[in-house]
Design a protein around this ligand. Sequence first.
Ligand code: SF4
Length: 400
Amino acid sequence: MKDSELETMRKSFNTVKSRSNSIKESPSTQRLISRVREIKEYSIENNEELFNQLCESFKRNDIDFKFAKTSEDALKIIDDLLDEYGCTTVAKAKSNTLGEINLKKHLAGENIDVVETDLGDRILQLKKTDNKPVHPTGPASHLNISNITDIVNESLDVNVSPVPREIMETVRHDVLKRLESANVGISGANAMASEEGSLVMVHNEGNISIVSLKDLHIIVAGIDKIVPTLEDAISVVKLETIFATGSYVTSYMNVVSGPSKTADIEKKLLKNMYGAEKVFVILLDNGRSNATPECLYCIGCGNCVVHCPVYNAVGNEFGFNNYLGGRGVAMSKFIEDDETCFNSGLYMCTLCGLCTLNCPVAIPTNEIIENMRKLSTDVGFYPKAHGVIKDNVSKNDSPY
Ligand code: SF4
């Protein structure tokens, strides 16, 4: 990342920090923190049982679903569904899980036009190069108004002024026009309630509502997102919102519990009134069933990267894929093989523990990273500087 981008990112992070300070300390948030930690501990410990219950609830609710062991399995399921719908344009909502499976890159290879509907994501998509997000919910927090104006003008061949409203309206107009030909929407889910078979998605822009109004709504969610009940799911997304944005709630909270339907004419069931005629959920494992349980407590608020001294200094080069910072490195251990995860910033972490202190579910990221370092040396992986020492040792029996 450029120095100017790092500076803008730090400013944005400081805004989130100051906005959220008092709300995080309030007694109700403190109670919510304890509750969500309990929910996540219980849910991960009983994941198999909740998974089975969720599948039964989906069947009852007429939600189609498939389990995907790997990213490749998930992409294959998506390919088949897009074929079935003759889809050429997809409306996409923000999702870390869709980033994890590299959906956009894959569909670009299939000549499918993927249109990001979240403004920050769309700006990064228009940027074309160096367009990795810097925060799970504020992907373009490192770009200032002048950068964004240039990106929009160049990519859309327009001449907007550096005025936020003008930029927003220009991008919205362009996105809506492109989405006229989209018959499939793809999103993630922030939480899934196994008892009710409901999926909860939070957003401020209203874009997930657009995505879920397409004929087919595909939802890709990690199996770590399953919690027992809808009340639990709401607690999780509320805590995520507080720590990600400093607000108690987002403008929208969509709960999807089945396809769009009506029985208003002689009680005959008809699908596809306004929303999707088919809701298809892909339940993604991708290493989660072998993960260190604490890694799976993550609710994706991004507060760890906001407070991480290394991340604030170097930006999104510290992390793994679209999972940012130390948490990203910890996630890489179960998503990728050793060679990749041991190269993903494992030795950039200072082990200061600020991520854990600022994590609402107290994930011991620094301990997980320390353990990964031990494992990495066990299999002979040395970071660059250590590698030099190792070579010297083998050549001269002394590193000095
Ligand atoms: S590790 Fe904790 S602070 Fe970081 S994104 Fe996950 S829940 Fe939020």
